[in-house]
Design a binder for this molecule. Structure first.
Ligand SMILES: [Zn+2]
Length: 268
């Protein structure tokens, strides 16, 4: 198979992406890459146009690539955010989701027969004809205001020592607002009101969509769910703990609130 090199190449090995080093030390997605690593298995190559604009190839190598460290570096998708243009980070996220979906849909979940790939995002079982598409796991995340403070929490699954917002997966037959209310009640014991949509963000770890909401505290005392959280408290803008990194919608929401607090002070 002759590979079309005239594309952006999103090459993964295990959980890392390979980036190219330019002469000025910047990192980028390899383009027109003379791919100097192992030839990938053609069955694992996905070619598509990201946002109908950028020709991309997503591929995951099955063996460790022998990369020239003067030209390439491997790092996690999260860390790539701090080096790449936004569209390239988003395209890398979509590449990782495609690969993850491909790896996990080799067989029909209904009858166990090997599936056939029919398009970039559709596989079909040749026996029972069940179709499979990449699933999106929807999660909600909420910033809760109480006077001049917001609720921040440290969850056990946070990788670093920062405090973030309350979040969780949407359950079957729930609206997004019901999910927000339930997660807050379960994890903190608090009741909230005035739940307003803020924005959303694809979250390719491994295939989520994070939907952000702003809400106001209504009643209750903080009583944390100890299996999920280590600590939760209300913080004012002047005593904030370490915050989530800039790549997350959590941080975008906190920054939005901070801007509002600063404007309020200036208007006084
Ligand atoms: Zn089947």
């Amino acid at each position: 198979m002759e590979l079309d090199r005239n594309r952006w190449w999103f090459v993964f090995y295990e959980h890392n992406i390979i980036l190219q080093k330019s002469e000025d030390g910047k990192l980028d997605i390899p383009f027109k890459a003379q791919l100097e690593f192992n030839q990938p298995n053609p069955d694992t190559i996905h070619e598509y146009c990201f946002h109908d604009k950028y020709p991309c190839t997503a591929v995951k190598l099955s063996t460790a690539p022998a990369i020239d460290s003067a030209k390439y570096i491997m790092l996690s998708l999260r860390d790539s955010f701090f080096h790449l243009d936004l569209w390239k980070y988003q395209a890398a996220g979509s590449a990782q989701q495609l690969i993850y979906w491909d790896e996990n849909t080799r067989f029909c979940p209904a009858c166990g027969t090997a599936t056939e790939r029919k398009s970039l995002i559709m596989k079909k079982c040749p026996k029972c004809e069940k179709e499979q598409y990449p699933p999106i796991q929807t999660a909600v995340i909420v910033l809760i205001r109480k006077g001049d403070e917001i609720l921040l929490a440290h969850a056990h699954n946070f990788k670093y020592e920062f405090y973030g917002l309350i979040a969780g997966y949407v359950e079957i037959a729930e609206t997004l607002e019901e999910s927000v209310r339930r997660e807050v009640k379960e994890e903190t014991g608090l009741n909230i009101r005035n739940i307003q949509y803020f924005g959303n963000q694809p979250w390719p770890y491994p295939s989520g969509l994070m939907v952000g909401f702003i809400a106001d505290y209504e009643s209750g005392e903080i009583c944390i769910q100890e299996e999920e959280l280590r600590n939760a408290a209300f913080f004012s803008k002047d005593n904030l703990p370490a915050l989530p990194q800039k790549l997350s919608i959590a941080r975008r929401m906190i920054d939005w609130w901070l801007d509002q607090q600063i404007k309020k002070e200036q208007d006084k």
